[in-house]
Write a protein that binds this ligand. Structure first.
Ligand code: SF4
Length: 441
């Protein structure tokens, strides 16, 4: 038997990409590859890229430039670019960086083994088509627990987006919304649980728009969550990322009724100004978003909110930004991601006039200071509470274990290795910069 070839994958961006990387490792596993952590050992390097951050494509080209010495030292090394930048740039990547052998978009990962065979034959391989068939049919089962040895895993339930926010490339790079059949997802979730997973995060670009075929008509995300909650051994369910307009009554009810659905919700708003929200084509107002959060909190009073903000969107005035600050003050996010606006080629907002880097940077600084303040006080407020902890791994100190609270804080406590993968009851006894200290009860 020949020795396995070695694959190094570098993942940028969101949870969706982390999951996709695992799927690509699985797909190339069937072509004789095993994953390594050092690019210098690799026979193939895949960059799984994200288009959301500023100057995403340029950063990929710089990273490729840094790989030049590896390719020079090992001419047989194959280099591939996957993910949203691959989808958006296509053949341009090979034109600008001829050392790239393979460019694959998110809709074509199941074709990676055939593409790999092509590059081994000395050709280049490019596939950024949106195929007709369900790409999920062709990939090996998710490798979450084996790949990470953690009791947590991602499960993609939906891909693509039909919302067309004016700043976003997802509807163009990931295509229209597609939901996976409920029965298949239940089977995959059971399989994950059998392999030791206790915490599943359901993934989708617009996950709460989920509408997959169920046993009695299409299931909503709420129905899927209720069915998943019946699986013995599955302790925690989460989902990300959601659009406010798809927070239906049945999903809000599920937050109040399904104990396994964790009290933590990522619900991006992007701006607190109605004028900016309209310019972004978000199709809701700030007031509607705030009333929605009130309803969610009424259903699940201990729920923590997380969000996303874009600062300096074209046309944003100081008064608009003040509305964002006011919304943030009202919601008090447990955590939130915030970015300066940066134009994505091909999106409706790309031709509009940016407020300028200095203005956007200064506003971003103010918003981030506020978010950090709220985040820290939410974390400090955990001290003295009793809660469950899903133990994920050993800590840095001898005899120490680390787990996640229902609110996604990392907490460490003194406990035996045998607690790994289990849910234990703890009392939070301290709040540090990035984690909590706990004591097993
Ligand atoms: S809902 Fe999210 S993924 Fe869809 S277009 Fe808007 S920002 Fe992009």
């Amino acid at each position: 038997m020949s020795a396995p070839k070695k694959l190094f994958v570098k993942t940028y961006g969101c949870q969706m990409n982390v999951y996709d990387s695992e799927r690509m490792v699985g797909a190339l596993g069937t072509a004789g590859y095993e994953q390594v952590q050092d690019p210098a050992e690799a026979d193939m390097i895949l960059l799984n890229t994200c288009h959301i951050r500023e100057k995403a494509a340029e950063k990929v080209y710089s990273e490729l430039g840094r790989m030049r010495p590896l390719k020079d030292a090992k001419p047989d090394l194959k280099i591939g670019v996957a993910g949203c930048v691959a989808q958006a740039e296509g053949a341009e990547i090979m034109r600008r960086q001829p050392m790239v052998d393979l460019v694959v978009g998110p809709q074509a990962y199941h074709r990676l083994p055939a593409m790999e065979a092509k590059v081994q034959a000395g050709e280049t391989a490019l596939d950024t088509d949106f195929p007709e068939e369900d790409k999920f049919d062709h990939l090996p089962a998710p490798r979450g627990p084996k790949a990470s040895r953690a009791p947590t895993a991602f499960l993609t339930v939906q891909e693509g987006c039909d919302k067309f926010c004016a700043f976003c490339v997802v509807p163009y790079t990931r295509g229209a919304e597609v939901s996976r059949p409920g029965a298949r997802l239940l089977a995959e979730a059971r399989d994950l649980v059998e392999r030791g997973v206790a915490d599943i995060t359901l993934l989708g670009q617009n996950v709460n728009g989920y509408h997959g075929a169920g046993i009695d008509g299409d299931w909503t995300l709420a129905r899927l969550i209720r069915e998943l909650a019946k699986i013995d051994g599955l302790e925690r369910i989460r989902y990300t990322t959601s659009h406010p307009n798809d927070m239906t009554d049945d999903l809000i009810d599920a937050h109040g009724e399904v104990e396994k659905l964790m009290p933590y919700l990522h619900l991006p708003v992007q701006s607190g100004s109605d004028a900016v929200l309209a310019g972004m084509n978000r199709r809701h107002t700030a007031e509607e978003y705030l009333r929605l959060i009130e309803r969610i909190r009424a259903a699940r009073p201990d729920i923590a909110m997380s969000g996303d903000f874009i600062v300096g969107f074209p046309g944003e005035t100081e008064a608009d930004f003040a509305d964002t600050i006011a919304l943030c003050e009202e919601v008090r996010y447990a955590s939130a991601f915030s970015f300066k606006y940066s134009a994505r080629p091909g999106t409706p907002a790309a031709g509009r006039t940016f407020v300028g880097d200095d203005v956007a940077s200064e506003r971003l600084g103010r918003l981030q200071a506020l978010i950090t303040d709220h985040q820290r006080s939410f974390q400090r407020a955990q001290v003295g509470k009793r809660m469950s902890l899903l133990v994920e791994k050993a800590g840095r100190e001898p005899g120490q274990m680390i787990g996640k609270t229902p609110w996604l804080h990392a907490a460490h406590f003194d406990g035996p290795q045998t607690t790994q993968g289990n849910v234990v009851e703890v009392e939070i006894i301290g709040s540090n910069t990035n984690s909590l200290s706990a004591r097993a009860i």
